[in-house]
Design a protein around this ligand. Structure first.
Ligand code: IFM
Length: 467
């Protein structure tokens, strides 16, 4: 990997388009039914937090709290997508992207009493109708972390009642938007909502207790499981699933203790979510890592949570090298000399392939997979009207090759969404970290298509022209 990484930086040249994005001829990516798209999320791009009856979310509260987000950034304006959505869709279409994954802001579409907020709903109707007119396949996430603050005030995801309120919300959305959504995802990355939000406090609502994290996770997964039959009843033609972020953990040495540490890392990051969904039980090793943190649950919950999925969305970014912490856990041991992104995350495409092929062995009922997020942050600058994001081009090529290898190894992967369509509010890191394939100048809201997006567009054009 390290050699590959150095080859990439050496490859920086004044003619980056000479570096073709094209996958090899036998790659599954050439198949026209392999969906290639881009993803965003409501709080990260929309702005307009006080408009048309939108209520505050936990991220409005959290980002307004000093010290929680880098540079004190908030999502108040973000990419102003709420007002610029038409141009943003035109841009997506002009890049030839075939799929768009977006999320709905719960506090924009429902008031505190659970009644619809028509103005907020109309925004998503206009957006989804336009995408449909343009022939874009739509993946809609119901919950990408912007919980209405009034629900957090009643305990948020620590309160079982939030799961039932989520079902009301899913019911409303699937009745109102049926016919415009190709695939519904109930939740994005419950690991982040539960662990970062309630376990270590790095995300909203900022609570830090591992017992809270396991309880929040249970209620999130319950919300998912309860919503699935409602989505099925209201919008039978669409696919329904959930999106999980997954992490690769590798052992720092061959010692049994480090091997166990890497196993526990993956239990905490992956099995904690995938086992209940696909096996109907939490992994017991989780409670060896975190003794005494079993969540309260009711009879029948696991059956609800493990109802069958039409698809599983997988978000992958990096691997973590770990060693035993000398007790019953693991500690990060960052590797030196490896390629990293602006986030400090290691670029490790093999991790994606290894995890996907591993899940295929572990879960006999693994549903079809979409890579619902993959991408990287870099400190991109517009120079003479262009953004030469060479590292991202190489990153995407290598991760798409890893996806192709997983397909060849027998994993049913149906599509891939770039994270992200455009630079946006990167949660606790604010606007400094740029994940987009389109650059956003936040002082003018000017969008500039980066080289990576040009090359993806070129590939999609070639693929479309194939006989
Ligand atoms: O920006 C986030 C996204 O909201 C969820 N998945 C990870 C991305 C990069 O951190």
């Amino acid at each position: 990997m390290a050699n590959d990484a150095f080859a990439v930086s050496d490859a920086r040249s004044p003619h980056p388009l000479a570096d073709p994005f094209s996958p090899p001829a036998d790659s599954a990516l050439w198949r026209k039914n392999f969906l290639l798209g881009a993803a965003t999320a409501s709080y990260q791009i929309e702005g307009a937090v006080d408009e048309d009856g939108r209520l505050p979310s936990i991220w409005d509260t959290f980002s307004a709290t000093p010290g929680k987000v880098l540079a004190g950034d908030t999502g108040a304006v973000a990419c102003d997508h709420y007002h610029r959505w038409e141009a943003d869709i035109d841009m997506l279409v002009s890049l030839g992207l075939e799929g768009y994954r977006l999320s709905i802001a719960w506090p924009r579409v429902m008031d505190a009493a659970g009644s619809p907020n028509r103005k907020g709903l109309d925004f998503y109707k206009r957006l989804l109708n336009r995408l449909k007119e343009k022939g874009i396949t739509t993946f809609v996430t119901l919950y990408h972390w912007d919980l209405p603050q009034h629900l957090e005030d009643r305990g948020g995801w620590l309160n079982r009642n939030t799961a039932y309120r989520f079902v009301d919300y899913a019911d409303l959305m699937s009745r109102e938007l049926a016919g415009t959504v190709d695939a519904w995802a109930t939740l994005n990355e419950p690991w982040c909502s539960a662990y970062l939000g309630y376990g270590n406090g790095l995300h909203a609502p900022g609570l830090a207790d591992v017992c809270f994290a396991t309880q929040a996770m249970h209620h999130l997964l319950l919300a998912h499981g309860l919503a699935m039959p409602v989505l099925r009843a209201n919008d039978p033609a669409s696919q329904k699933g959930i999106v999980a972020n997954i992490g690769r953990g590798t052992p720092n040495s061959d010692s049994a203790a480090d091997q166990r540490a890497a196993h526990l890392f993956e239990v905490q990051h992956n099995a904690w979510i995938l086992d209940p969904l696909l096996k109907g039980a939490y992994p017991q090793d989780l409670f060896e890592l975190w003794p005494g943190t079993e969540p309260l649950m009711l009879d029948g919950d696991m059956q609800t949570i493990s109802a069958s999925l039409d698809f599983l969305g997988i978000n992958y970014y990096f691997r973590t090298n770990v060693a035993s912490d000398g007790a019953h856990g693991f500690r990060d041991v960052p590797l030196e000399g490896v390629e990293r992104t602006q986030m400090g995350w290691e670029v490790y495409p093999d991790g994606l392939r290894d995890l996907l092929t591993g899940f295929n062995r572990t879960y006999r009922n693994l549903p079809p997979i979409y890579i619902t997020e993959n991408g990287m942050a870099s400190d991109d600058k517009v120079i003479d009207g262009h953004v030469d994001d060479t590292q991202r081009i190489s990153f995407l090529k290598r991760h798409l090759a890893a996806v192709d290898r997983a397909i060849k190894a027998g994993v049913d992967i149906r599509g891939y969404f770039l994270w992200s369509l455009m630079d946006n509010f990167e949660w606790a890191f604010g606007y400094e970290r740029r994940f987009g394939v389109v650059h956003v100048d936040y002082s003018t809201q000017k969008r500039t298509v980066k080289r990576s997006a040009e090359l993806v567009a070129k590939f999609l054009k070639e693929r479309k022209a194939q006989v």
